[in-house]
Design a protein around this ligand. Sequence first.
Ligand SMILES: *Cc1c(COP(=O)(O)O)cnc(C)c1O
Length: 386
Amino acid sequence: MASDSRTEVKLMEAVPVPPLNLAAQFAAIRAELLDELQAVAESGYYVLGPKVAAFEEALARYCGVKHALGLSSGTDGLLVALMALGIGPGDEVIVPAFTFFATAGTVVRVGARPVFCDVAPQTFNIDVAQAERRITARTKAIIPVHLYGQLADMPALLAVAARHNVPVIEDAAQAVGATLPDGRMAGALGRMGVLSFYPTKNLGAMGDAGALLTNDDDLLELARKLRVHGSGHTYYHDRVGGNFRIDALQAAILTIKLKHLDRWTAQRRRRAARYTELINAAGLAPEHVRPPQEIHGRHVYHQYVLRVDRRDELMAFLQQRRIGAGVYYPLPLHLQTCFAGLGHKAGDFPHAEKAAADVIGLPIYPELTDDQQDAVVGALTAFYRR
Ligand SMILES: *Cc1c(COP(=O)(O)O)cnc(C)c1O
């Protein structure tokens, strides 16, 4: 028996586990997508237009928000949100120190100052009490990030924001479909919410795309103008905007994929639960690895992120075995070279720094198989039992 199960572990380790399998997702909905791609090609309408309007309507309905505006990317969504609030030089925007770069990079691009805030160790999301302490007379927005697909503590954050009259822009790039316990959705809770449809996101285009969500009619109209160089009427410009348009092709693809999103999310959640079961059954937790905790409503597992011992060694071990694990993110934003001018040093945001040192994301996507998951946990077990 003992030698049999050892052979089994060896065999399982030979199963490569790519970080993603977008080709398999395409194969599963090939006919539907090709029909739409052909329809767009034949329509001759390639940027904005009826496919985009239809997508915006479907997305707004799905997210339970009055308006959705299709944009060129999630990054541009953050930029448009900041521009629509008139944020610029002299202003401060509070952002978590542990997130994808765009959350803070866009603040600098409009000329404002990102004010970093530590994260809560259980969820990796903004520490709301610290965010409140960092509000000043210059604070013009707070950008919580729903990292890895779990909502930040939005009820607490919205209460703080209301008390200080500071707008909240949700960076929901990783969290389409995540909900609070009461069912309200990521991106629909703040003054504006931003989604990304980068191909690796839970709802992915075949290129770059994003969206802005809001219940505010005036902000929607302003953002719509900013999307086309601040122009209401072609060639007459009320404001300086940019080219933040979304392609008709991307909108058509996303409209099809949106119909499958809840099923894909359920599959991600089943995969996440199975990872945790396998890890617990292997006796790896909590000594060597700490699985993610679902604390604030429905987690959509854009990433399944563990805290682990000897992270960099484990990462190398998994790479050798062709397991597409990833580190999201190895360096917190306050320690990035491009933000050196803000004067931060190691030790300023200890939870962000600790997360950067010990997180690892295991491959997770709807198309992942049982064998692949077994191989991943088999490799974790082999690493910690050596
Ligand atoms: C992906 C992502 C973005 C940026 O989205 P793009 O569509 O790639 O520009 C912003 N914030 C977070 C947290 C993201 O994960």
